[in-house]
Design a binder for this molecule. Structure first.
Ligand SMILES: *Cc1c(COP(=O)(O)O)cnc(C)c1O
Length: 412
């Protein structure tokens, strides 16, 4: 970072601090991953300053020869990797992608049925705190509190009574697979569009280790920085019939010039996701998540829904007399980064929460396997149970630091 260190030593120092923090902590945030350095080279490239309103061959700025080549390549890769009729890679984020889908085929005030935030959904699916709730009329389905899985019959009954124009499937903290053919059947039976927001699991879908929503949904949105292991940014896939409406809603409807540097990074992560190494790593993400669930269960914690089918595990801490916020702070102090999370039917408020959400992508990217996961579970349990005991916490911190040294994120 020689130019940055020269122009702005203060920001350079902060970035170096963040790099060291990441190297020296275990990242168990389910929404995060460690992208390869090629992603950062693409994101930090000269494309950062190119204006290119419009689409390849139809730009409102001159000088777009390479911008067009780049965007065409990215679109081609996304359509091929996911078997989609059409892809738009311009959304700045996952939330922007969702907003564009809503506005592409719905009018303000139209009805949308989506999963409740407190049961695993996402803010942008019509939570009262999100602007989406001011633009559209949302109702929310939840989980069956016995099985902690989606209650599809309840979804069907709500759809029949509410008559939404769109149904959203997809979540941020749901450890189970979603039955896309069944959701598509429910949507069709009430003439609603089906949007699947696969932000968290796009990498698992790309690798074919979990079922793909693409054949069943009108629209699929995702972000590239979670399991897909790229940089930040959103993508929309849709049936060809919806392509023109999606294009128009993103530009000129909701965005100006696309971030071509981020688009370049999206193209890179899509290429890497086509390789055999990626598929293997996504399989390991599943195995490591299962190992986290089994490990915590063996230590007497309750696992929401009894296990996991994807990259994340929701741990109910109540049996241990702990809340999510205390666990999060205790673990961060020993170098393990997780986030507190409400569990279905949680009596605590979201900023306290009764659970933690654990994701396996970060440690899997470092090359760790089930042996290391078992060790991490033991360290987490020890830290949480012995919170306040300085000597135990010091020894846990040392073991965490040792694991980080043995499994570096970046070897150069
Ligand atoms: C992370 C996430 C998003 C938001 O993506 P951003 O890029 O942060 O805007 C949207 N939907 C779901 C289900 C997510 O998990």
């Amino acid at each position: 970072m020689q130019y940055l260190a020269n122009d702005d030593p203060e920001v350079a120092r902060i970035i170096q601090g963040e790099e060291a923090r990441m190297e020296n902590t275990l990242d168990l945030i389910a929404a995060e991953n460690h992208a390869p350095r090629s992603i950062f080279e693409a994101q930090g490239s000269i494309f950062s300053t190119k204006a290119a309103e419009g689409y390849p061959g139809r730009r409102f700025h001159a000088g777009c020869r390479y911008a067009d080549e780049l965007e065409r390549l990215a679109i081609h890769r996304a359509e091929k990797l996911f078997g989609a009729g059409h892809a738009n890679l311009q959304p700045h984020s996952g939330v922007s992608a969702n907003l564009a889908v809503y506005f592409s085929v719905l009018a303000a005030g139209d009805r949308i049925l989506a999963m409740k935030l407190s049961h695993g959904g996402h803010l942008s699916h019509g939570d009262p705190a999100s602007v989406t709730s001011q633009c559209f009329y949302f109702r929310h389905y939840g989980l069956d509190l016995q099985t902690e899985r989606i209650d599809y019959e309840a979804v069907r009954a709500m759809a029949e009574a509410f008559k939404p124009r769109m149904i959203i499937a997809g979540a941020s903290s749901y450890p189970r697979l979603i039955d896309y053919p069944l959701m598509a059947d429910i949507a069709q039976s009430v003439s609603a569009y089906l949007l699947v927001d696969m932000a968290h699991i796009a990498g698992l879908v790309a690798a074919g280790v979990v079922p793909s929503p693409v054949p069943h949904a009108d629209f699929v949105t995702f972000t590239t920085y979670k399991t897909l292991k790229g940089g930040r940014g959103g993508v929309i896939l849709c049936k060809r019939a919806h392509a023109a409406k999606i294009s128009k809603t993103i530009f000129p409807g909701a965005q100006g010039t696309p971030s071509l540097n981020l688009l370049a990074a999206k193209a890179v992560c899509l290429k890497l996701a086509m390789g055999s190494g990626f598929k293997q790593e996504q399989r390991k993400i599943l195995a490591n998540a299962a190992a986290f669930a089994a490990g915590f269960e063996n230590k007497g914690y309750r696992i929401v829904s009894g296990g996991t089918d994807n990259h994340l595990v929701l741990v109910d801490l109540r049996a241990k007399g702990l809340t999510g916020d205390v666990a999060e702070k205790t673990l961060e102090a020993v170098g393990i980064v997780v986030n507190r999370n409400v569990i279905p039917g949680d009596p605590e408020k979201p900023d306290v929460a009764s659970g933690i959400r654990i994701g396996s992508p970060g440690v899997t990217a470092r090359g760790m396997g089930e042996v290391e996961v078992a060790q991490i579970v033991a360290l987490m349990d020890s830290a949480m149970i012995n919170r306040g005991k300085g000597d135990v916490l010091d020894s846990v911190s040392r073991e965490v630091a040792d694991l980080c040294r043995r499994f570096p994120i970046y070897r150069d």
